[in-house]
Design a protein around this ligand. Structure first.
Ligand SMILES: O=C(O)COP(=O)(O)O
Ligand SMILES: [Mg+2]
Length: 221
């Protein structure tokens, strides 16, 4: 069995480890419906994800020409409250992720998460999906006061996971730029919310979780 040259495999959450698009889209559309604004398609809302819940709503309001700072302030708590109650109605791991995580852990590699989703959503979601025990570190968008692409949340993830060489997987520029800023190896996934994997300048691209272990085994030492 070939060796994997990493101590830690870190994951972005939305659009990388879990497909949360239906619940996020429902949260945005529920919020817009409370004030009679036009709703968005799920595929459109997927493009708004990655910089946290408030920015997702801001992008949705801007897309329909309805944005004002006051409206965003008014509606953000509505979205937060609704999403808190619907974190895992439809949200699931991507195919092959559970098996890849089990294989990596079985080989002594530590797993970690760094997401721009707030802890108040991240932790209950991971608990509901029974994923929390698999991770040595879970960093949310508000854990260290800075979000990806800032290096600090990724540094904190590596620190809390016990240190060592780390590769980080993600689906947007926040993730890959963040990994680079933190000096980590990076993998862009092509099955996330928007496939921009070829534009991100990641060290490698992953098309399906079934290929993750082989990809890491073949990594240059
Ligand atoms: O924008 C968000 O809510 C979080 O997104 P992320 O898990 O992809 O960082
Ligand atoms: Mg993401």
């Amino acid at each position: 069995m070939a060796q994997i040259p990493f101590d830690i495999v870190g994951f972005d959450l939305d659009g990388t480890l879990v497909d949360s698009s239906l619940d996020l889209a429902a949260a945005v559309n529920h919020t817009l419906s409370t004030v009679g604004l036009p709703l968005h398609e799920v595929d459109e809302i997927k493009r708004f994800v990655g910089k946290g819940t408030r920015v997702m709503l801001e992008r949705a309001l801007k897309a329909s020409g309805d944005y004002t700072p006051e409206l965003l302030d008014e509606l953000t708590p509505v979205l937060m409250a609704w999403y808190q109650e619907h974190l895992h109605d439809h949200t699931r791991l991507y195919p092959g992720a559970a098996e890849a995580m089990a294989e990596l852990r079985g080989r002594g590699i530590r797993l970690a998460i760094c997401t721009n989703k707030f802890e108040r959503f991240t932790l209950p979601l991971l608990r509901a999906l029974e994923l929390e025990p698999h991770f040595d570190a879970i960093i949310g968008g508000d854990t260290v006061g800075k979000a990806k692409p800032h290096a600090e949340p990724l540094h904190e993830m590596v620190r809390r996971a016990g240190g060592g060489r780390c590769v980080f997987l993600g689906d947007t520029s926040n993730d890959i730029d963040g990994a680079k800023n933190a000096g980590l190896a990076s993998v862009a996934v092509s099955f996330g919310f928007v496939d921009v994997s070829h534009e991100l300048g990641a060290d490698a691209i992953l098309h399906r979780f079934e290929d993750l272990v082989t990809l890491l085994e073949g990594w240059e030492r």
